[in-house]
Design a protein around this ligand. Structure first.
Ligand code: 0O3
Ligand code: SF4
Length: 316
């Protein structure tokens, strides 16, 4: 049977970033070093397929430290943890490995430094997201104010407008964040920001690629999980950049083929926590139904790599 022609725009960069790659490696290496079970506080990255795969190898996923026995190693997820978490692990004399992405740790250090300099911190992020909880938790409870929107900026009640600093979550929308930062600077001209923005290279690059291809796409599919903030942002960027049908799919079985009827082009990208095998699964599903011509949309090249912590590089 003759298939309908379809141009498949494939974003580059897409999928795993250096922080996710490192975090998954940390769990795998910990399992090799210490054997199962190894405990992981929170999903190591926000992807069910990744989590299920590690669980099959002997990782046990929990939400809080008190769910871990003190005599087994525990790993903290890539999103970072409040200062109280490693402190509690040390108090219980647990072996722990911190898989916080180094680019998230950089924001933690920044936040702590502002605190030491006596500046009150404003965090731009999503309430309840583990990265936001972790970054705010670098300072004592209640010290950091959270703003999620431009409207929040007008409402925020600060101690002293002349002694303020802000940090952000690393996975936010570049455009929305610029709007919030501008509103903060208008209301608090003395506010201190990061040297370079806290939104990371991977977030920025994935959003750029989506922006470049969305205007040419009849539909855009973002491979990623519903609890993955950076993946959700890619869907929003796609819609805003001109592709009204931009959807998140965990994997090929989530594709709504009825909704795609009549399309001539589709864009495919993936959040930073979505493995390449799921992206290939989605591409193969299109190949099975259409006469696919793949066109890469490459807006940046990435060569970032992070080392795993020394404890995992040393022999047992
Ligand atoms: O922060 P987000 O919900 O996007 O997390 P993911 O999906 O696990 O992606 C990795 C990003 C991260 C660990 C924090 O920057
Ligand atoms: Fe690190 Fe950025 Fe990946 Fe988050 S999205 S894990 S900050 S590289």
């Amino acid at each position: 049977m003759q298939h309908t022609p379809l141009t498949l725009y494939l974003a580059a960069p897409r999928g795993f970033c250096a922080g996710v790659d490192r975090a998954i490696k940390i769990v795998e290496m910990a399992l090799e070093k210490w054997g199962a079970p190894v405990y992981v506080r929170h999903e190591i990255v926000h992807n069910k397929f990744v989590v299920d795969g590690l669980r099959d190898k002997g990782a046990v996923f929990v939400e809080e430290l008190d769910e871990c026995p003190p005599d087994r190693p525990v790993i903290f997820s890539a999103h970072g943890v409040p200062k109280a978490v490693p402190a509690e692990a040390a108090r219980r004399e647990m072996v722990y490995v911190d898989a916080t992405c180094p680019l998230v740790s950089k924001v933690h250090i920044e936040a702590a430094r502002h605190g030491e300099n006596g500046l009150q911190m404003i965090m731009i992020g999503h309430a309840g997201h583990p990265e936001t909880v972790g970054t705010m938790g670098q300072l004592p409870d209640g010290d950091v104010l959270l703003v999620e929107t431009v409207e929040d900026v007008a409402r925020v009640d600060v101690r002293d407008p002349s002694r303020l600093a802000f940090v952000t979550q690393t996975t936010l929308s570049v455009e929305d964040t610029a709007g919030i930062v501008a509103a903060l600077q208008r209301r608090f001209p003395a506010i201190v920001g990061p040297h370079k923005e806290d939104i990371c290279y991977a977030t920025t690059n994935r959003q750029e690629a989506v922006k470049a291809m969305a205007p040419d796409c009849d539909a855009l599919l973002v491979v990623g999980a519903p609890n993955s903030s950076n993946s959700q942002r890619l869907v929003e960027v796609g819609r805003r950049a001109g592709c009204a049908y931009s959807q998140l799919v965990m994997r090929a079985t989530d594709i709504d083929w009825r909704a795609l009827e009549g399309i001539r082009s589709v864009g495919i990208t993936a959040g930073a926590s979505a493995p390449e095998v799921l992206i290939n699964e989605v591409i193969d599903a299109f190949r099975a139904r259409y006469d696919v011509r793949v066109q890469m949309v490459e807006t940046a090249q990435e060569n970032v790599e992070f080392k795993v912590p020394r404890i995992l590089r040393e022999p047992v």
